[in-house]
Design a protein around this ligand. Structure first.
Ligand SMILES: [Zn+2]
Length: 61
């Protein structure tokens, strides 16, 4: 599997999906890296896992 490329901090996805700033507890994606689908082969371009959104809210509260 190819290494995922981290997004730049000013990448449009970062402002659209602020939860990308934290690691995802569900799929294990590092910060600035898109969530992967369950098979781990396809990045999720349109959303992130709910647990990641929750984790981000915990951190920014
Ligand atoms: Zn995820």
């Amino acid at each position: 599997m190819p290494e995922p490329t981290p997004l730049a901090d000013d990448h449009p996805m970062m402002s659209r999906l602020p939860a990308l700033a934290v690691a995802c507890p569900t799929c294990g994606s590092e910060p600035n890296i898109l969530c992967a689908s369950h098979s781990g082969t396809r990045p999720r371009f349109h959303d992130v896992h709910q647990a990641r959104t929750a984790a981000h809210q915990e951190q920014t509260r």
